[in-house]
Write a protein that binds this ligand. Structure first.
Ligand SMILES: NC(=O)C1=CN([C@@H]2O[C@H](COP(=O)(O)OP(=O)(O)OC[C@H]3O[C@@H](n4cnc5c(N)ncnc54)[C@H](OP(=O)(O)O)[C@@H]3O)[C@@H](O)[C@H]2O)C=CC1
Ligand SMILES: O=C(O)CCC(=O)C(=O)O
Length: 448
């Protein structure tokens, strides 16, 4: 049995109840085969695959807080510190009722490779809670965040582990978390990223994941002789990543005609109105029905299980920006039938393994989230640099660095795929390029 198959079997046995984690590990190890085969003896002797698939530590804790009726509520908190071979653990905090250990582990595992691809010195981690911020008052959000940080603060620090936002965690939550860290630890440090601009945040971090996704998509299309201007984009999601992906796509001359939230989706043939979308989702935290009510050109569709939603709409560029496994094999078939040119992932693992394979086999240019959405965490690392030197860079400076990083990521994943004889397979290219750097550091640091 090959080394990859042996380790996959062990990982499946140890984590049988964590389907998302197994999905992420299977994708990575399968695509690393050419690289592992070329170095099998060294990697086997050093148990590289066994070590890279086992987190450094998994922290789980109780989060008690008091709601507006005086009732005590209890949630579960998580932080998975996956691998710090190339830098302090870095990765977001997800607040969503679906959160469990397996989901946080899949996200932490992906973060190790993604952070390596950024070219910056950051390790991989992820955290969150099954707390649902929807419909909660600001006071309830603060109570939850303060309780969450009261426990989490024991395990993090500017040179140890630096959390940030993710689904359900935006500027408001980061502010409450930062305040509580400072209060308990008495230290004013860059322990979180995505902070407000008045207390150490970086310009362009809010926009970075969506903008970065478009910088990479543009580099990919250019390399294949395709002009993004004039193309139609189909976008899912209506949160931080989707909003700024749509904004940058419009700046580059493309037109985004869809977006979605957890209850329904919009088709707007005149192009999504980003200011209106921001007002509805960022300011009012409302449903997309409000977008449709204010925009005569928009159709609203209630989400129905078994329907393709936005993936049935005809377009050239698909940008999944909502959540994991939101684009399955049937959706992929609909995209191919409609002549889609590329799929670049803004979300983490939005495409199932079967759908990814189908898209690749049918000639669709496909770049996974580890490369395509790395602009967010890369800009978080730039926020850490600014905090360390106690300076703030201009929007143009940060945005310029972000663009350069995304173009470098595209060049590196493209080159890694070529080096191992799988040219054009950007999933393999990203996993190999991310893996090589982490493994070199692991080998240099001995058995740990
Ligand atoms: N923020 C960042 O910097 C980064 C985020 N990511 C990834 O991008 C994705 C989106 O994150 P982000 O935009 O920050 O999160 P947000 O919470 O800002 O937005 C998520 C959006 O997706 C929608 N959504 C959630 N679940 C579903 C679903 N099952 N079907 C349709 N829509 C859904 C939400 O709907 P509703 O409004 O109803 O809640 C919301 O509009 C996640 O996978 C995240 O891990 C990756 C890299 C960096
Ligand atoms: O900016 C960060 O540290 C978090 C980004 C993140 O969670 C992600 O890349 O999925």
């Amino acid at each position: 049995m090959s080394y990859v198959d042996e380790v996959l079997e062990i990982v499946k046995k140890k984590n049988a109840d964590q389907p998302e984690f197994l999905q992420a590990v299977t994708e990575v190890l399968d695509s690393l085969r050419p690289c592992i085969d070329a170095n099998e003896e060294l990697y086997r002797k050093n148990a590289i695959l066994e070590r890279i698939t086992e987190p450094d530590r998994q922290i789980m804790f109780r989060v008690p807080w008091v709601d507006d009726n005086g009732q005590v509520q209890v949630n579960r908190g998580f932080r998975v510190q996956f691998n710090n071979s190339i830098g302090p653990y870095k990765g977001g905090l997800r607040l969503h009722p679906s959160v469990n250990l397996g989901i946080i582990k899949f996200l932490g595992f992906e973060q190790v490779f993604k952070n390596s691809l950024t070219t910056l010195p950051i390790g991989g981690g992820k955290g969150g809670s099954d707390f649902d911020p929807k419909g909660k008052s600001d006071r309830e959000i603060m109570a939850f965040c303060q309780s969450f940080m009261t426990e989490l603060c024991k395990y993090i620090g500017a040179d140890v582990d630096v959390p940030a936002g993710d689904i359900g965690t935006g500027g408001r939550e980061i502010g409450f978390l930062f305040g509580q860290y400072k209060r308990i630890r008495g230290s004013y440090e860059g322990v979180l990223t995505g902070k407000g601009l008045t207390y150490g945040g970086s310009l362009a971090r809010t926009e970075a994941t969506g903008y970065g996704l478009l910088y990479l998509t543009n580099a990919l299309l250019k390399d294949h002789g395709i002009d993004i201007a004039g193309k139609t984009c189909i976008v899912s999601g209506a949160g931080n990543v989707a909003i700024y992906a749509i904004q940058k796509a419009h700046q580059l001359g493309a037109k985004c005609v869809t977006c979605s939230d957890s209850t329904g989706w919009i088709y707007d043939p005149e192009g999504i109105d980003v200011d209106l979308l921001k007002e509805v989702k960022e300011v009012k935290r409302a449903r997309l029905t409000e977008y449709a009510a204010a925009r005569p050109s928009a159709e609203y569709h209630e989400k129905k299980n078994g329907e393709h939603g936005v993936w049935n709409v005809k377009g050239d560029i698909a940008l999944p920006c909502a959540t994991q496994n939101e684009l399955d094999l049937d959706d992929a078939k609909a995209l191919v039938a409609n002549g889609v040119i590329s799929v670049t992932e803004g979300a983490n693992m939005p495409t199932t393994l079967e759908a990814t394979k189908y898209l690749q086999e049918n000639g669709v240019l496909f770049v996974g989230g580890k490369a395509a959405n790395a602009g967010g965490v890369a800009t978080s690392a730039l926020e850490m640099s600014q905090n360390s030197e106690r300076l703030s860079w201009t929007f143009e400076e940060v945005d310029g660095k972000l663009k350069g990083i995304m173009e470098t990521i595209y060049a590196n994943i493209s080159d890694a795929a070529k080096r191992y004889g799988v040219e054009g397979d950007y999933v393999a290219g990203a996993n190999i390029a991310g893996f090589e750097k982490v493994v070199e550091a692991m080998l240099a640091q001995g058995v740990c």
